[in-house]
Every structure is written in structure tokens, then in C-alpha cells.
Design a protein around this ligand. Structure first.
Ligand code: URA
Length: 239
């Protein structure tokens, strides 16, 4: 017996967190009865319906892939404003995959997609401390003091201080009056990098995620292209 959100995630429908949302919104039925309470345990053989559609085990084999997300697309499954979604770049994958975490509309770079709820949890949950590295084009010159502020933790909202990070100036481009920064963080707060840069009095001009943990975005993967993760890399994340 497992918690309902875990059973839904294990069937590859969505992440555990998303399943919790569906449950509290009253969109989940078990054996034809709506279940809105989190925490009740069920068996994988109970019949689960989401939005009145029966959840089957078909196409539930686990898949893991990486996309080089282009700018100007959303990393949600659907967009109320009908903008392009990252899923429109993924063709020929029969499983119902979803993005692991989010990148902003105007952020590019490494985005993982899967139908494995446990994997999603490992990558996105702050307690697992998986680093995410960003290549950031920042307005102006970043002094040593500003880099130190970023690295040691900075207040991005009243009462919210980021944990330690690594901030390295790659170069300063005098003509553009802009700095290229490599920033490695392990938290995943909404717009975190932009807020950190704003907190030190600068602005993000361009943002690209170049690594998640040990997994780096290879330049061979052009914006909009994707590939399956290697088995050894999946195993390394799940360890
Ligand atoms: N931080 C941001 O501000 N935006 C992203 O897309 C990712 C991290």
C-alpha cells in the first residue's frame, strides 16, 4: 500500500507534487469515488481515474531525456496564453513525459523530461542538493565583492536568504559593459538567478542553464534538440 500521489507518480502520469495538486483539486477518483485527502494509502491494483480517465500501465515504461530548451517557449505542459511549449520539440516519444522543474520563458539550456516521479523528486527537491549551473550575461561589471555576496547568500525577498553558491566571473565584455558569470546553485526558487542578480544591483541580460549535477549540456545538442539520457547517467542520479 502506498500513498495515492506516489501510486500516480509511479504509473508515470506526473510528478508526486503535481499528483498532490490533482488530488486536492478533486480531479482524482479511486474505484469511482473522489479522493481529495492527501495521505490515504492505496494499492496499485485499485482503479484510479484522473479527470474521469482511467490510468493504465500502458506506455508507463520509464523514459528520461534532455532537451536544449530554446528561449521563447514555456516549460509547462500547457500555456493559458497559447505560447510554444517545450513538449512541441519532443517528437516520437509515446510516454506522457513532463519537464523536471522549470526554466523561464526567456531562459535557454538544459532541461530534463521524464515520466518518473521519483527521479523528478530527486532532481528538484532541495534536500537532495543537486547543483544547477547557469551561464549568465549580467549588466555591468561584477566586482569581487558582488561575487562574494552572491556566493555567501543574499536576501532575494524579505526574509528569504539564498544558501551558499559558487559565483565565478568568466569575463567582462567592455564593449557591451556586461559580465559573463558562471553561477552554481542548488535551490530552485522561482526566478532565483534573476532575483539574486537584482539583489546585488545588476540585471540578467541572458540566462542559460549549462549543467544539472554532473550532467553538462553538450554543445552538440543545438537549441530545440533532445536526446535520451544514457543509462549510466540515470543510474548516477538515482543512486
Ligand atoms: N533562475 C531564473 O531566474 N530563471 C530560470 O529560468 C532559472 C533559474
Amino acid at each position: 500500500m502506498e500513498r495515492l500521489q506516489k501510486v500516480i507518480a509511479a504509473k508515470g502520469y506526473c510528478s508526486r507534487r503535481k499528483a498532490e495538486e490533482l488530488i486536492t483539486q478533486g480531479r482524482v477518483k479511486v474505484n469511482n469515488v473522489v479522493v481529495k485527502t492527501l495521505g490515504i494509502k492505496f494499492d496499485k491494483y485499485d482503479q484510479i481515474q484522473i479527470d474521469n480517465k482511467i490510468l493504465t500501465d500502458e506506455n508507463s515504461s520509464k523514459v528520461y531525456l534532455m532537451l536544449n530548451k530554446p528561449r521563447n517557449c514555456v516549460s509547462t505542459m500547457r500555456d493559458p496564453q497559447h505560447r510554444k511549449t517545450v513538449l512541441s520539440y519532443i517528437k516520437g516519444v509515446p510516454q506522457r513525459i513532463y519537464p523536471v522543474g522549470r526554466l523561464d520563458y526567456d531562459t535557454s539550456g538544459l532541461l530534463l523530461l521524464t515520466n518518473d516521479g521519483e527521479f523528478t523528486n530527486i532532481i528538484t527537491h532541495p534536500s537532495h542538493i543537486i547543483n544547477k549551473t547557469y551561464h549568465v550575461l549580467v549588466s555591468g561589471y561584477l566586482t569581487k565583492q558582488k561575487l562574494q555576496q552572491l556566493a555567501s547568500g543574499i536576501e532575494i525577498e524579505p526574509g528569504i536568504i539564498t544558501s551558499q553558491s559558487q559565483a565565478k566571473l568568466v569575463k567582462y565584455e567592455e564593449i557591451k559593459d556586461a559580465s559573463i558569470l558562471l553561477l552554481t546553485i542548488h535551490e530552485g526558487r522561482k526566478h532565483q538567478v534573476k532575483k539574486m542578480i537584482k539583489a546585488i544591483g545588476h540585471e540578467v541580460i541572458k540566462l542559460k542553464r549549462v549543467a544539472i549535477g554532473f550532467l553538462q549540456l553538450n554543445e552538440a545538442l543545438k537549441p530545440g534538440e533532445w536526446r535520451y539520457l544514457k543509462f549510466k547517467d540515470i543510474k548516477r542520479f538515482l543512486k
